[in-house]
Design a protein around this ligand. Structure first.
Ligand SMILES: [Zn+2]
Length: 84
């Protein structure tokens, strides 16, 4: 157990991409929040990490959002702001 822990801490992690989850939702009346979370694991010690990118935009700003956000089509309606 301790040995494993030491190995993990000592590991020069070599991460491989495992999965990416992307979606958008309304964070206000009009503006959308785009979220993309990528999951990585270390092929040596199996340590996992995730990196989340998010950007929000009003309709008039959507032309200027990054390409990774433009590519997102999955609408998480369960996350929509519904207090309007
Ligand atoms: Zn590692």
């Amino acid at each position: 157990m301790n040995y494993l822990k030491f190995k993990t801490m000592d590991c020069k992690h070599k991460y491989e991409h495992r999965d990416t989850v992307s979606y958008w939702y309304y964070c206000g009346r009009n503006n959308k929040e785009f979220v993309s979370t990528s999951f990585y694991f270390c092929i040596k010690c199996c340590h996992e990490k995730e990196v989340t990118k998010r950007v929000s935009a009003f309709p008039s700003e959507e032309y200027s959002i990054p390409d990774w956000a433009k590519a997102i089509s999955f609408h998480r309606k369960d996350l929509d702001a519904n207090n309007y």
